[in-house]
Design a protein around this ligand. Structure first.
Ligand code: PBG
Length: 330
């Protein structure tokens, strides 16, 4: 890009372009619209809605309410919903068997949502953590999370999701090599049209706490640092992204969003690929908590935060604020 030579003050007065709303609008570089958003949502087996204590304004939804929410998303111009299951503790086991159940909660939620609003995309998480009694994203042996054995389970889960009508598969487990295997198995089964959004650079973050309450997926021993990334590492994150693209990911994700905007930017610059950023549960709850005390203006901070994620280079933002933001814009 060739840049215009800069004049010096007093010829150059940058404030000229900030003096009124009309001119600020004309020179605005980034916009945030409902079309940029994926609405993150937790579903449960029961009836009605169960508020999530650490996420004011977010409830676990019944399958029926999830279908209603899909219609709402359509009416608000939100293109897609990411659905996460809350599984009863009694139904979990060591291997996360229920993850591949063709009539399980996720499958039923996907079908209900697609029936209610076929125009709205539904994205499913390919990961075992909500289904395993130990809460880890994989098959555990001797306290270790086995990579390749986990992939075998993930493939079965992904296939069940595609068969249920899921529009995008999003492997969120961080096992090595899973994107390539999931892609191959989807293709062999005739699902060549189903895109993969990989959680490519997913960090071992303290900001997932509220989600783990919502989905009851807190690890029962240890932590996830053996598979999620070290927050200190950016070059490694770029390698993770490169690998997932080589394996066939259609969209790559950075997660969480705001503390990792350097990576959102670098991934966009380096790969020129569709980039998603996940504004995660802890990022949601921090805003809600401060706003509830009157310390910040929620609307302003949410709009500023999501706009900043877009400015950094994200095409797509996955957020629990999607409905609020879209309502303000419709
Ligand atoms: C793991 C998974 C996580 C989230 C969704 N799926 C991370 C984790 O618990 O380690 C977090 C989402 C959020 O915090 O909003 N498969």
């Amino acid at each position: 890009m060739t840049k215009a030579p800069l004049a010096a003050y007093p010829a150059l007065r940058l404030r000229r372009l900030r003096q009124a709303d009309w001119i600020r609008r004309l020179v605005r570089e980034t916009v945030l619209t409902p079309s940029d958003l994926i609405w993150s949502m937790v579903v449960h087996e029961g009836e009605g809605q169960v508020p999530v204590g650490s996420m004011p304004g977010v409830s676990r939804l019944s399958v029926k309410d999830a279908a209603k929410a899909a219609k709402e998303a359509r009416d608000l111009g939100i293109p897609a919903i990411a659905v996460f299951p809350h599984i009863d503790g009694a139904k979990k086991d060591a291997a996360g068997t229920l993850a591949r159940d063709p009539d399980g909660l996720v499958a039923r939620a996907v079908k209900a949502m697609k029936d209610a609003a076929p125009e709205v995309g539904v994205m499913c998480d390919v990961a075992l953590d909500p289904f395993t009694e130990h809460g880890h994203d994989g098959v555990v042996e001797g306290g270790r999370i086995l990579n390749d054995a986990t992939i075998e389970r993930l493939v079965e889960q992904g296939l069940a999701q595609a068969k249920a009508g899921c529009d995008i598969l999003a492997p969120s487990d961080m096992m090595d090599g899973r994107v390539g295997v999931v892609r191959r198995v989807l293709d062999e089964a005739g699902f060549t049209h189903v895109p993969i959004m990989s959680y490519a650079a997913k960090f071992a973050s303290g900001l997932y706490g509220p989600f783990r309450e919502a989905a009851q997926s807190t690890p029962q021993f240890g932590d996830r640092r053996g598979y999620q990334m070290d927050p200190a590492n950016a070059e490694e994150a770029l390698r993770e992204v490169a690998l997932d693209i080589e394996e066939g990911a259609d969209i790559v994700m950075v997660k969480p969003a705001l503390p990792y905007l350097d990576l959102v930017h670098r991934v966009k610059e380096r790969f020129a690929y569709p980039v998603a950023a996940y504004h995660v549960s802890g990022e949601y709850s921090m805003v809600k908590a401060a706003a509830a005390r009157g310390w910040i203006d929620e609307t302003r901070v949410v709009d500023e935060s999501l706009l900043a994620i877009r400015r950094a280079g994200a095409d797509i933002i996955i957020t629990y604020f999607a409905r609020d933001v879209a309502r303000r814009r419709s």
